[in-house]
Design a protein around this ligand. Structure first.
Ligand code: IVH
Length: 675
């Protein structure tokens, strides 16, 4: 029995990975994240190792046939690839240097020699040469384990296949940064634009994305380059005693080392390098986000060692995040799901940190007043790394003479209801509740979202039209919609309407925590909803709970408890819940978490035909219990078709698309095996 289900699992994983390979490298339209792909891949590999007898002929893990290397094998770094601590100011660098002196027991007047390098903004790799021949390249990954990207790294033109010179160690692991030069990045994007293809957001993403291409012929077309900055494991050779000399040796072997590397004495020497580089960085054909200072003496490095995954012998000196000037064109007030009013600055579009910014949140009125932002002001904005853009400050000298202090409007810009600010809270709120179009739309968007009732295809445009025609006032109305009504809306074809209604029906079977979350109670997110389900197990008990009782629930404090009680006291809310339940919304009492394994997690299943052993609704519940998602029609996104008797055209479509078809018997075998 176990063997049978293992075999089925291997078959399923094999066909699913083949399908994703096809989507990724042939269609260039991946449907799952790299992470999810890797999970599937590793799961299959583990099963194949344990049960080699079930391994499919030409399994995708074996990398044979016409398929390009489909796999990113996981590679363990024998010596972890660490990160760097960082400093921004001279004072912090002085502290770093002083700590190094103390640990090395050196007097402060004896300055440490630092190898100063650029901090390249690309993606880290470890490259192995055995007997002088490139044999393996891996990404940094989580520092302990990376991914095998040998096939892609081999396409980098400046990387030698074979080391130059003589006397190489039998095993040499070098570490460096793969990057995309700015000129290459711009050309690549220009061409992509003219071919209507996807463009890269910034050179860092471009480098990382290119390394993770499944097909190296794609990587080869990307203008990648590499700089080396360190060594990992080295066998059968004594390396020089200084980092700077090791770098020179690597350079002699043909490995690319940056020309800007210098040796500097103490903090003053490093700061001098910093001052030069901050002026020069604009002339480089690659992005850097700072500098790296490394204690040059390897014996000193060894003595200093590491702390929490970063060396004590090196630090990054980060450049300040790039700031840009722009002009405030307007300050608008957005209304959120719970009525919270957020001031948002509309700015003259400006390109910063790799993206164009035209809106910047000012969070709340306190922040807006603290920065005293006014329409017409010139401001600096910044965006460090991937974080949301921030308004740094107003340039007062550039303020026009006729500006006005911005105040919170007295009434909601959307529904005209009064805006109030609760004492002690930073936010002001529109008091319109469901009467406010903005709040209603946000609430409905939340209700249908993936983590809530998960109604596929129920988009914003649809919600807006239904709200404006007053057909959708509260979420329970969603369950009274029909296909004809949807068809009469703008841009809704018959097929779309059919799919949406099917998704509405499918969403009826849910879990209690998803249902609680979808109600949109203020400050009740997914985690709190999960905890509430675990604690109360049933909705009625939760609805009757008092504030004191609720505070016994882990993670529920007085404010959340008050919000929950207030929500369930409200007659409108009670009616919505009653209606939702009478429309058929239900949840299984056994939480899915208790199941042994959610083998259908993330899988899309379509049901067709009629079934003898259980009703369709029961089947749907079972599929959801195993983590699967049910949709109405077969498409390339479908993972399985569950076919009963008299199945109709869906089977044919599934066959055409090479989608696995399972019958009732097979499904129940699976269900029992994992349940
Ligand atoms: S040395 C143990 N040198 O920065 C020291 N790293 O935050 C490890 N990086 O992922 C790194 N340029 O990819 C070093 N000249 C340089 C670097 C550099 C860029 C990246 C590296 C690492 C990250 C560490």
């Amino acid at each position: 029995m176990v063997e049978k289900s293992v075999k089925q699992k291997i078959t399923r994983l094999t066909s699913s990975i083949r399908n994703h390979n096809h989507l990724y490298y042939v269609m260039d339209e991946p449907e799952i994240s790299d992470y999810e792909y890797d999970k599937l891949f590793n799961e299959l590999r583990q099963l194949e190792i344990k049960y080699p007898e079930f391994q499919a002929n030409l399994s995708p893990t074996q990398n044979v046939g016409a398929e390009p290397s489909s796999a990113f094998k996981s590679i363990e770094h024998a010596l972890p690839m660490l990160s760097l601590g960082n400093v921004f100011k001279r004072k912090e660098l002085e502290d770093f240097d002083r700590r190094a002196h103390e640990r090395l027991e050196l007097p402060l007047n004896q300055s440490i020699s630092y190898a100063c390098e650029l901090k390249f903004d690309g993606t880290a790799v470890s490259v192995v040469y055995e007997e002088g021949i490139l044999t393996r390249a891996a990404t940094r990954g989580d520092g302990k384990k990376g991914e095998d990207v040998t096939h892609n790294v081999r396409t980098i033109k400046s990387l030698p296949f074979e080391l130059q010179g003589r006397n190489h160690p039998s095993y040499l692991e070098v570490r460096g940064e793969v990057f995309m030069p700015l000129s290459g990045f711009n050309n690549f994007n220009k061409e992509a634009l003219s071919n209507n293809e996807r463009v890269f957001v910034n050179p860092r993403n471009a480098a990382a994305g290119s390394l993770r291409q499944l097909d190296p012929t794609y990587t080869k077309k990307r203008p990648l380059d590499i700089f080396f900055y360190g060594v990992g494991i080295v066998n059968d050779m004594e390396l020089p005693a200084k980092h700077s000399d090791i770098m020179s040796l690597l350079s002699k072997w043909g490995l690319k080392i940056c020309d800007e590397n210098v040796l500097a004495d103490g903090v003053d020497g490093c700061m001098n390098f910093y001052d030069q580089m901050i002026k020069k960085r604009h002339t480089f054909d690659y992005d850097i986000d700072g500098l790296v200072y490394k204690v040059d003496q390897i014996s000193h490095q060894n003595k200093l060692g590491f702390v929490s995954r970063a060396p004590r012998w090196a630090t990054a000196h980060k450049f300040p995040a790039r700031e840009e000037y722009t002009i405030i064109e307007a300050i608008e007030f957005q209304v959120g799901r719970t009525g919270a009013i957020t001031p948002v600055a509309k700015v003259k579009p400006v390109f910063v940190g790799g993206v164009t910014i035209s809106n910047i949140t000012l969070h709340n009125m306190d922040e807006l007043h603290r920065k005293d932002v006014r329409v017409g002001d010139t401001v600096t904005i910044r965006r460090a790394g991937d974080v949301i853009p921030e308004l740094v400050k107003v340039i007062l000298s550039k303020r026009p003479s006729d500006t006005n202090i911005v105040g919170m409007p007295k009434t909601c810009p959307v529904c005209n209801s009064r805006i109030i600010r609760v004492v002690g809270e930073a936010v002001s709120r529109c008091t319109g509740g469901y009467e406010c179009r903005a709040q209603r739309i946000e609430y409905l968007k939340h209700f249908v979202s993936r983590k809530a009732m998960d109604i596929d295809g129920f988009g914003v445009k649809l919600i807006e039209q239904l709200v404006d025609s007053e057909r959708l006032l509260t979420p329970d109305h969603i369950y009274t919609l029909n296909e004809n009504e949807l068809c009469s809306l703008d841009r809704v074809a018959t097929k779309t309407a059919k799919n949406i209604i099917q998704a509405v029906i499918d969403s009826k079977v849910t879990s209690l925590s998803k249902f609680i979350y979808s109600l949109g109670i203020r400050e009740v997110g997914q985690t709190t909803a999960d905890v509430l389900e675990d604690f109360y197990k049933d909705l009625n008990t939760l609805m009757l709970a008092s504030e004191e009782e609720l505070q016994k629930v882990p993670e529920v404090g007085p404010i959340v408890a008050r919000n929950i009680v207030a929500f369930f006291k409200n007659e409108n809310n009670k009616n919505i819940i009653k209606n939702l339940i009478s429309c058929g919304v239900s949840w299984s009492h056994k939480p899915t978490k208790e199941r042994k394994e959610q083998i259908l997690l993330g899988k899309v299943v379509v049901i067709t035909g009629s079934f003898s052993s259980s009703s369709r609704e029961q089947l749907k519940t079972h599929i959801k219990e195993l983590g699967g998602k049910i949709t109405g029609s077969v498409s390339k996104k479908t993972d399985f078709l569950l076919a009963g008797s008299d199945p109709g055209l869906k089977v044919q479509k599934a066959l055409e698309l090479n989608i696995e078809i399972i019958d009732e018997g097979k499904f129940f075998e699976l269900y029992k095996a994992y349940n």
